[in-house]
Design a binder for this molecule. Structure first.
Ligand SMILES: C[S@@+](CC[C@H](N)C(=O)[O-])C[C@H]1O[C@@H](n2cnc3c(N)ncnc32)[C@H](O)[C@@H]1O
Length: 184
């Protein structure tokens, strides 16, 4: 069974419920301002952005608002429970620039060179997102000179170096806790 199929399993969705609760808790909102983190990624109005592993949408709604009506956000996650929750939030916020996609980011199905930016926020390191498969797919969907923005949770000192190893991205700088890379 692949990641996408397992995202439909009731037991898995049930197991991830407490994580979902923590992801959108008031404590997190209090500790972390999602807009500040998105600004650290250099997100700009009118861009087309892929958010990998949107979870319960902690970053999705603020990102869509920053992108504005001219921008586009693809919020991707394989877990059915999470994508349903994010779709509801998008609808209640009246946002028309978000497409919530229930899919494995190792095989996004998105067009080549279609994204200005990819957000990897709180998704690496993660067992179902091995860098040796994730990075080539992110490189494929990004436009030339597109940006890869990484906010690490848990903080893992080696990951920023591992991202550089395949030679697909160069490091641009770190802002508001976000590691920024450019597609080679
Ligand atoms: C720790 S959560 C972070 C969620 C969100 N980015 C946040 O910071 O609130 C990791 C997320 O990655 C998703 N995920 C795991 N494997 C994935 C894959 N192969 N493709 C896309 N998303 C994946 C999980 O379902 C989960 O929602």
């Amino acid at each position: 069974m692949n990641t996408e199929e397992s995202g439909n399993l009731r037991v898995l969705n049930w197991l991830f419920k407490p994580a979902g609760f923590l992801m959108e808790s008031r404590l997190r909102q209090w500790l972390m301002n999602p807009v500040k983190t998105l600004e650290g990624a250099g997100i700009e109005t009118g861009q087309t952005v892929l958010e990998v592993g949107c979870g319960t949408g902690f970053f999705t709604i603020p990102a869509a608002k920053l992108l504005g009506d001219e921008g586009r956000l693809v919020a991707m996650d394989p877990l059915q429970d999470y994508t349903r929750r994010v779709s509801k939030k998008v609808e209640s916020a009246g946002l028309k620039n978000v497409r919530v996609v229930k899919r494995d980011a190792l095989n996004t199905g998105l067009n080549t060179a279609s994204m200005d930016m990819v957000l990897l926020f709180g998704v690496i390191p993660f067992p179902s997102l091995p860098l040796n498969r994730l990075l080539p797919e992110m490189h494929r969907v990004l436009k030339p000179q597109g940006s890869l923005a990484v906010w690490l949770f848990p903080v893992s000192g080696l990951v920023p170096k591992w991202i550089l190893e395949p030679g697909l991205f160069t490091f641009v700088g770190k802002r508001n806790g976000v590691y920024n890379y450019r597609r080679c």
